[in-house]
Design a protein around this ligand. Structure first.
Ligand code: GLV
Length: 326
């Protein structure tokens, strides 16, 4: 057969492009922003493989416009909430993702945010740069102890467990709430969600975004959170109801939040969350180290290559049983 045609929806790091170019006819969307919907639909037409990003909504329409030769969608992410898995299953399209290689980088970033929020690093840095630092002050920028505190982890897969492992060095009591009880070498106690919310000083989210976890942190669940606790989100923005978070931060019910992901994402520059001193927001950089992104690009390329050649993907997403209804 002629070389398979593949679309990559943004520039990705090496070795991704070289691996693909050696075996496929590759079109890489050249712009800094994701392809607008019409451009995506145009570019995907006739492709055998699609390498997508979490910013691309890959639904039944994209798959149908691509055509029946589309065999694989390879997401450059571990999360696949941007892809309609049921639509892929119905069409026999394999879906790949990049688990494992980004676990430690994402856990590191979670800890960077956790420490920054608890010890008010961003506020302190702004204070110094604004020329306000006049003396040592016993009341200045008092935060929350991390050492010895209780950490509540929601979602205890690879990343949640990696966050928990780091907590051992901080003498923390670790609670977790997860769909499944995970075998784990970390000492952590499985609890129900209300217990976790009531007892944790710091809560960190690591669950995938699904209909069951959408707005898991909402007005009702926030009410259960211990006053003065800190919320960290490096998973997906829509796990949290943004308006409820805003209220809780304004009221001081939550001492602080640190977010790598938001809803909406990106957060508009004039969003009220960005006016709060007790909210840190960074632009979805959980896996953003050079080494990790290179490994992700390699896995995404290898998933795509396997898929266009009809081979099992090295890192396939388990698809739901196809249902008849679209
Ligand atoms: C990033 O958010 C990912 O899912 O890999």
């Amino acid at each position: 057969m002629a070389r398979p045609r593949v679309l990559v929806t943004r520039s990705i790091p090496e070795p991704g492009p070289s691996l693909l170019q050696a075996a496929c006819e590759v079109h890489i969307w050249p712009e800094a922003l994701p392809p607008p919907r019409a451009a995506l639909l145009e570019a995907v037409r006739g492709c055998h493989g699609l390498l997508s990003l979490l910013t691309d909504r890959i639904d039944a329409e994209v798959m149908d416009v691509a055509g029946p030769q589309l065999r694989v969608i390879s997401n450059l992410a571990v999360g696949v909430d941007n892809i309609d898995l049921q639509a892929a299953a119905r069409r026999g399209i394999a879906v790949g993702h990049t688990p494992g290689v980004l676990t430690e980088a994402t856990a590191d970033l979670t800890w960077a945010l956790l420490l920054a929020a608890a010890r008010r690093i961003v506020e302190g840095e702004r204070y110094v740069r604004a020329g306000e630092w006049q003396t040592w002050d016993p009341l200045l920028l008092l935060g929350t102890d991390v050492y010895g505190a209780t950490l509540g982890i929601i979602g205890f897969g690879r990343i949640g467990q990696a966050v928990a492992r780091r907590a051992q060095g901080f003498g923390m009591r670790v609670l977790y709430h997860s769909r499944r009880t995970m075998p784990s070498e970390v000492t952590a106690q499985a609890v129900d969600l209300p217990t976790l919310l009531r007892e944790s000083d710091i809560i960190s989210l690591h669950a995938p975004l699904t209909p069951a976890t959408h707005h898991l942190i909402n007005r009702d669940t926030i009410r259960l959170i211990k006053p003065g606790a800190i919320l960290i989100n490096t998973a997906r923005g829509a796990l949290v109801e943004t308006a409820a978070l805003l209220e809780a931060l304004r009221a001081g019910h939550l001492a602080a939040a640190a977010l790598d992901v938001t809803d909406p994402e990106p957060l508009p520059a004039d969003h009220p969350l960005l006016a709060l001193p007790n909210c840190i927001v960074v632009p979805h950089i959980g896996s953003a180290s050079r080494q990790t992104r290179a490994r992700m690009a390699e896995i995404a390329a290898r998933n795509l290559l396997a898929g266009v050649h009809g081979a099992p993907l090295p890192h396939a997403v388990a698809l739901p049983a196809p249902s008849a209804e679209e």
